[in-house]
Design a protein around this ligand. Sequence first.
Ligand code: F6R
Length: 612
Amino acid sequence: MCGIIGYTGKEKACPILLDGLRHLEYRGYDSAGVAVENSDREDHPIEIVRVKGRLQALTEKTNDGASVEGRCGIGHTRWATHGEPTELNAHPHAAKDRRVVVVHNGIIENFQELREVLTRRGYEFHSQTDTEVVAHLLDAYYQGDALDAIARAVTRLRGTFALGILFREEPGVIYAVRKDSPMIIGRAESGNLIASDVPAILKYTRNVCYVKDLEIVRLTEDSIRFFSIDKEEIQKEFTTVQWDADAAEKGGYAHFMLKEIHEQPKAVADTIHPRLKDGRVDLSELGFEESEIASLRRIQMAACGSAYHVCVTGSYVLEKLTGIPVDVDLASEFRYREPVIEPNTLMVVVSQSGETADTLAAMRYAQQKGVPVLAIVNVVGSSIAREADKVLYTWAGPEIAVATTKAYSTQLAACYLLALYIAQIRGTMTDEAISSHVEELLSLPGKIERLLEEKERIQWLANKFSAERDIFFIGRGLDYASSMEGSLKLKEISYIHSEAYAAGELKHGTISLIEKGTLVVGVATQPQLVEKEISNMVEVRSRGACVLGITSYGNYTIEDHDDFTIYIPKTADCFYPSLVVIPLQLLAYYVSLARGLDVDKPRNLAKSVTVE
Ligand code: F6R
């Protein structure tokens, strides 16, 4: 979604803002802008430069930032919600005479009502955005005390927001405040920064502080002060982010997605290794009492998009290994269907960003019903990580490409760890079975590495299929969950229509879509289901489909029934999704590449979906 950066310090601000925005591009945007205040001039004017489209246009318009003077400023990449992506709707937005200038992430739900009130008071609106309301509202409350104006204004706002604010009468100062939309503060050598996301400021500092809901921050070149909404000063801890600046660069790869696909062996190893000890899983970091685990009667999982597919896989694995019934929901459905949540339920939510609005809402719903929430999260300090009762971090590092790859793989690994840990405590698996699964887990990074070595062949297949109109993915059980992920990955970055089906469902309608030459990707890894899956592949092939089979080494009879085969190394049945996903990710990547598309930033999509 939208991105925010702000800097006040000794250096010229505009180049730093542009660099920060470049590192936020991955979040998705359709216009961009900066506002820089020039304290060196007596009237300290605020210059605003905005463009529709790519950041490159802003870079050109400001001559790489050189033409905009000043050492204090805020910048924004906008992903249109209220009003089209135009220069006029791009942020920053200003109140009259630029007394107040604002960048905003999130949605102000009562903007219409506020707009009417402010219009009656003589304020003129120049854009269609909800953000402009915030600038005027702050101006209306501003009587020479910025902190007071912010505290009053935010109590009038309904919805979600992260705001970066400049007041012309306070040169060199940036204010920040948030509610349900991320905001971090960074302390660097040359000055201080605000940002909606860590990668934006990694180049300048790893010393960060996470702003909580309704905390107000005041930054100058050499001070950072935090206030509660009651204007009381509060003390906050800074932490050191483990991610390094290189992690947010392409490092020689053509795209972040390809780089992140290749980072999977390490990311999976980093996620599992610290949690394996002497052939057993150690998740004592979660702080569960054994009695809590023993008394669990149900697990409820919820997430969005690919993280939901992780939950589907996780539900099969958890149920199979622990014997506990598991329900899975899309977070956006869960939050509104008023689900019955019984006592002794564990809610598990999965999120890379830790900021997905629907997942956050699903988690809060479960907490209100009195059950604990365990969150599988990648971003340390994110909203979900902070609010969950227990957090199992995935150690994927920053994921920049919009289409998730390494975060997905580490989320799968986290689900396996959780399932084995619960099984250990409840005694639903023998010690031998646990230790053989642990051994298999340890071998996954090496097997992923082997699959990556076959990328040229997948690229060859991708070039062959890049002009398809529809592609179907079919599988049973865990292979159905993998098919859903393969289909989503392909459609989101190649724009080819694609569907995933439980193979047994084909005959109930979908098979009528199969015609001569339709590509069907059949995933067949689960030993007890391979034959049944192959029969479904035969059914579609006999209706003209071209079949790409994905199975494990040893299942060579598949070649009698498909047109192309991708073999994956053998592993424990429940870990196959971690291997199947590698060729599926590569297929999506290379199809998108062959079609000449923007792999890392597919149209209409944002990396972190902080609105419903
Ligand atoms: C697809 C993708 C999305 C995310 C979804 C949830 O490639 O990345 O479907 O999985 O938006 O995001 P997080 O995990 O940040 O909650």
